[in-house]
Write a protein that binds this ligand. Structure first.
Ligand code: BEZ
Length: 213
């Protein structure tokens, strides 16, 4: 297992999923991707997480993001669990769940943290861009369900900052002012940011979000 760092190419793999075998890179195609692991099937927090992702399908689609989940249980277990998720979370699971019984993908992505649990995956999140580069990694313990509103917020920031010379400040949400990248000189600002800017300090320059009308 090699350490994965931001900016690395996301390791490719083939895996059995609830929607058939996938080659990860081929399956991602031109989309952004979110790969997230779950400790185990038929567990309460995981059930709410997968239901939330299914219920957020439109939000992921709007952002051109494909979601894929993983747990180290098998396909039969996944299919049975999906019925429970659909029933209890009032949804239809509409993304693949990887059946990683041999831990191949979990090990490739360092999703098993032995001092937390020797067999089950922690709650890992990887966001991958259309060049297959890892843009975000977050790790939560089994006891804490993820905040998928936060993940959408981060994806908004990743997509904005991939195409514009801005960064997003603390607690930023789409629609709010952005920070002009330190690499941008004051001379470049009028052309790059025609909506204007405010200089709070020479190193802290704010501008309206550039990709909004
Ligand atoms: C859960 O998803 O509810 C869960 C899984 C493993 C440990 C604790 C909670």
């Amino acid at each position: 297992m090699a350490t994965i760092r931001l900016g690395d190419v996301a390791p490719n793999f083939t895996a059995q999923t609830t929607e058939g075998e996938i080659n990860f890179h081929d399956w991602l195609g031109e989309s952004w991707g979110i790969l997230f692991s779950h400790p185990a099937d038929y567990t309460p927090v995981c059930t709410t997480e997968l239901g939330t992702v299914a219920n957020y399908a439109e939000e992921f689609q709007k952002r051109n993001v494909k979601a894929v989940a993983l747990s180290v249980d098998g396909l039969e277990s996944h299919h049975g669990w999906i019925k429970d998720i659909n029933e209890t979370q009032k949804t239809t699971v509409n993304f693949p769940i990887i059946a990683d019984e041999d831990h191949k993908v979990a090990e490739l992505y360092d999703m098993i943290h032995p001092n937390a649990d020797s067999k089950l995956t922690v709650r890992s999140v990887f966001v991958i861009d259309p060049d297959k580069k890892v843009k975000l990694m977050i790790t939560y313990p089994a006891s804490t369900g993820r905040n998928f509103d936060e993940l959408l917020r981060v994806i908004d920031s990743l997509q904005l900052t991939a195409y514009h010379k801005v960064a997003t400040p603390a607690n930023w949400k789409s629609g709010e002012d952005c920070v002009i990248s330190p690499a941008v000189t004051n001379e470049q600002i009028p052309e790059l940011f025609p909506k204007g800017h405010t200089e709070i300090k020479p190193y802290l320059r704010m501008t309206p979000q550039p990709n909004l009308n």
